[in-house]
Design a protein around this ligand. Structure first.
Ligand SMILES: [Zn+2]
Length: 467
């Protein structure tokens, strides 16, 4: 039996400023130690000021994860000495005087499996340590740009039974963060995790330093295999802390024996307790975007989108926003199809998404043209490719690439007559069996590369062979 518990840290990457000062929350792109101030450096005499938006974001995450939000929120100092921590303490949360972390117990459903959440806390990220040089001549450098970035920690119960469940869970979390508009977990360094893993009721091994959602599943898989291998040979599994080596994709024993640290937590006296008024809760609830499951339900029941398509569409904010902006009811199904079968293949990376020039208007025009029989589905795919690349509007693309359906009867009739003359046997059959008409229509479509209007073609074929 496998038991896994997770501690997931995720930066609130969409915030303007750090947790306790006005430095930028988005420290990426700054020169070394350029995004710092006396507050996030903990200089004597500086005083922290709590970022209200960070608290609101963390509360929204807590609510979306079915957690209780306490009446009062408090912050604590967690004392330890490490070069990346300029104040020698981290401002974080603790539930020592009752529940004062931003989120109390909650849960996430993976299908029918319930994953319990112990708590959600808001804290500041430390700086970053950079090692340079060879092992004989190692230099340790510290960049404090990240120090003070708002971080949300989600602590789960040891409810996971396989790496696959972890993957499902982090996919749900990722989609949820993105849907709430609070974080982009795919940004480098935005998400880090620790995992506690034990098998067959044995000792617990803690894995630290896992730097992406992708690696989290891999690390769990590696560690389970390692423990199973020891167990099958009757070897002891030591209770220890292991580090995830993201280069070699393995866990390694921490060389130094880690001792249980006494963090000497005490209340952060420079940040007043936050009283959570009912008004604020109501405000947040009304500001919260529609949940993914509610969107999914609406797409199916109100817009007639098939289950599986609605599933894919609703879980991705980029595509669901595009869908909502472009659909006008009657074309919803067609647009959902265009997005999930064609567009997702064309813009399958973040870079391609950013570079894409396709808009809601493009999709709406395209779907309406398909429904009106002005363009075939295969031509629509070519047109979409061009729209993504150049951003040109539908009319321009259709005329430049000659993609429009041919609805000029005399033009189609020429082709119909040629086909009828060439296929006497099929004509014979079609006169007896109306189903065989499709063969002749298909021939016309092939010659016109799918551009002949199907309805006009059918009626012209019928006329040509007198049925
Ligand atoms: Zn600062």
């Amino acid at each position: 039996m496998i038991k896994i518990g997770l501690e997931i840290h995720c930066q609130l990457t969409n915030l303007e400023s750090k947790l306790l000062c006005t430095c930028k929350a988005d420290y990426r792109g700054f020169g070394t130690n350029e995004n710092i101030c006396p507050v996030c450096m903990g200089l004597p005499g500086s005083l922290p000021r709590l970022n209200r938006e960070a608290v609101k974001n963390a509360m929204m995450i807590a609510m979306a994860l079915n957690c209780t939000v306490p009446e009062k929120i408090a912050f604590f100092r967690k004392n330890y000495f490490y070069p990346d921590l300029p104040k020698n303490f981290q401002i974080t949360q603790l539930n020592i005087y009752g529940p004062t972390s931003v989120g109390g117990p909650g849960y996430v459903m993976l299908g029918k499996k319930k994953i319990g959440l112990l708590r959600i806390q808001l804290e500041e990220d430390p700086g970053r340590i950079i090692y340079e040089g060879t092992s004989k001549n190692m230099v340790t450098l510290v960049d404090y740009n990240r120090a003070g970035t708002p971080l949300v920690e989600i602590v789960t119960e040891p409810d996971f039974e396989s790496p696959r469940q972890i993957r499902e869970f982090v996919n749900i979390l990722s989609d949820l963060f993105e849907n709430l508009g609070v974080a982009d977990p795919s940004l480098e360094g935005a998400m880090r995790a620790d995992a506690n893993i034990s098998i067959h009721g044995g000792k617990r091994v803690e894995i630290k330093n896992i730097g992406s959602f992708h690696d989290l599943e891999k690390a769990a898989h590696f560690e389970i295999t390692r423990q199973e291998s020891l167990h099958s040979r009757d070897m002891e599994i030591a209770q220890e802390t292991r580090h995830w080596d993201d280069q070699r994709k393995i866990t390694t024993s921490s060389r130094s024996k880690e001792e249980a640290l006494d963090y000497r937590y005490f209340l952060e006296g420079d940040i007043p307790w936050v009283r959570v008024e009912q008004d604020l809760m109501d405000e947040l609830r009304s500001e919260m975007p529609e949940s993914i499951s509610s969107k999914r339900g609406r797409y199916v029941s109100e817009l007639g989108v098939p289950d599986q398509v609605a599933d894919v569409l609703s879980s991705d904010k980029f595509y669901s926003d595009l869908f909502e902006k472009s659909q006008t009811g009657s074309n919803a199904k067609e647009i959902a199809n265009l997005i999930t079968t064609d567009l997702m293949g064309l813009v399958d990376t973040r870079e391609k998404r950013t570079a894409s020039k396709v808009t809601a208007t493009h999709l709406r025009d395209l779907a309406d043209s398909i429904l009106a029989g002005r363009i075939s589905r295969s031509s629509a795919k070519d047109a979409l490719y061009e729209m993504v690349k150049s951003g040109k509007d539908l009319d321009q693309v259709v005329s430049e690439m000659d993609l429009g359906n041919v609805s000029d009867e005399s033009e189609i009739e020429k082709v119909v007559l040629a086909v009828v003359a060439k296929e006497p046997l099929a004509v014979e059959q079609a006169r007896e069996d109306p189903k065989a008409l499709n063969y002749l229509v298909g021939k016309v479509m092939k010659i016109t590369r799918g551009k002949a209007d199907p309805q006009i073609t059918m009626s012209l074929v019928k006329k040509a062979i007198n049925v």
